[in-house]
Design a binder for this molecule. Structure first.
Ligand code: GLY
Length: 374
């Protein structure tokens, strides 16, 4: 078991069974106190403001009517919830948001037009993890991953087995493909080959305009969220619809412990977004936590940069490199240390990440290896 109290466990399980509607603090049975984050002495001995939540940039923002992922995760921790429940319920807001086409409901589908979701969770105090991959028809894969951690002796359930496990725990099934994502998929399908019979709009008109917009790209959107509680306990989650238009059954880095997520309660937590294949092949999140563990350990931002550099060094194939010899894809790493120090880094300059620390939710710029335009 995860080390939760029975009360927390029942509350979390009830929230999971409640499906999409169960992601508000009220639905979790939480009364939020007015409380400022506490100052605490971190593992490094430096004073840090705990608790801290970090996430990919989609962890802040969303429709004005709803809280952001990092805000809800912080509220839940301040109300006494453990950091695993906090981050899973935080990302559940994004999984339920049809406008985020990288995660959960509304995620971009595989090449057959079917949405397949991957997610993992890891809880520092018990060093337990849970994950699902290729899960169809369930809006909240991260809640299912949490139940894999809490209610099985396994680490990863895939495909039909993961769906049957979710069904057994009362998760509601639904069509995850929104109209916007179906149209995006159809556009890809109509444009990805000129050697089949799928034609883009306008192709059969007598005087077709320049019909085919061939500038489609695969996308790798995801949300990663990691937290450290006031007591210095760590947890993390990574959840995604994965690579758009992927071969059915393709699994990315998000549900792979050590790649898209890793947590060590003695050191810190790390996660990733971006091209999963590159993160898996360099054990990205594990690389970061081990770099923070070294004596002297790297800062979270420098550890994330080191993992980015590893990807640069190991990207050997010309089809994945720019003419300057750099990766032609994006990866972003996020990390938080046990003392609350946090950071993120990307290969190219530009991306931001979300953080709730020192009583304030905000976006900050990621460290990077290559400046814009270089
Ligand atoms: N990082 C998300 C994926 O590659 O599936």
């Amino acid at each position: 078991m995860s080390g939760f109290t029975r009360r927390e466990f029942i509350s979390a399980s009830a929230a999971a069974a409640a499906g999409a509607a169960g992601s508000s603090p009220a639905a979790l049975g939480v009364v939020l106190p007015r409380q400022e984050p506490a100052a605490a002495a971190g593992a490094s001995g430096a004073a840090a403001n705990l608790p801290v939540v970090i996430a990919s940039s989609n962890g802040l923002g969303g429709p004005p009517a709803r809280k952001s992922c990092v805000e809800l995760a912080m509220e839940l921790m301040l109300a006494g919830k453990d950091p695993l429940t906090a981050v899973v319920e935080g990302v559940a807001l994004v999984e339920a948001d049809p406008n985020d086409q990288s995660v959960g409901y509304g995620g971009l589908p595989n090449e057959d037009g079917v949405v397949e979701l991957d997610a993992s969770v890891m809880y520092g105090p018990s060093h337990r993890s849970g994950a699902v991959a290729g899960l169809q028809r369930i809006m909240h894969p991260s809640r299912v991953a949490k139940l894999v951690l809490e209610r099985t002796d396994h680490c990863l359930l895939v495909g039909e087995g993961a769906l049957r496990f979710a069904r057994a725990h009362g998760f509601e099934e639904m069509n995850l493909l929104t109209e916007a994502s179906r149209k995006a998929w159809l556009k890809w399908k109509e444009n990805h080959s000129d050697d089949d019979d799928w034609l883009p709009e306008g192709s059969n008109e007598i005087s077709p305009q320049a019909a085919a917009d061939r500038a489609w790209r695969h996308t790798f959107g995801t949300i990663n969220c990691c937290a450290v509680s006031a007591a210095g306990d760590l947890a993390g989650v990574t959840t995604t619809s994965g690579l758009s238009w992927k071969i059915p059954g393709r699994v990315g880095d998000s549900p792979i412990i050590g790649a898209g997520l890793y947590v060590d309660n003695e050191v810190g937590a790390a996660g990733s977004t971006g091209r999963g294949e590159a993160v898996i092949q360099t054990c990205g999140a594990h690389t970061i936590v081990e770099a923070m563990r070294r004596d002297p350990g790297l800062s979270p931002a420098d550890a994330c940069k080191e993992a980015c550099q590893r990807i640069v060094d190991k990207t050997k194939l010309s089809r994945l490199r720019t003419k300057e010899g750099r990766p032609d894809f994006g990866v972003i790493f996020y990390a938080v240390r046990k003392d609350g120090t946090f950071g993120a880094a990307s290969i190219q300059e530009g991306p931001e990440f979300a953080v709730f620390a020192g009583g304030k939710a905000r976006r900050e710029k990621c460290a990077f290896l290559y400046p814009k335009g270089s």
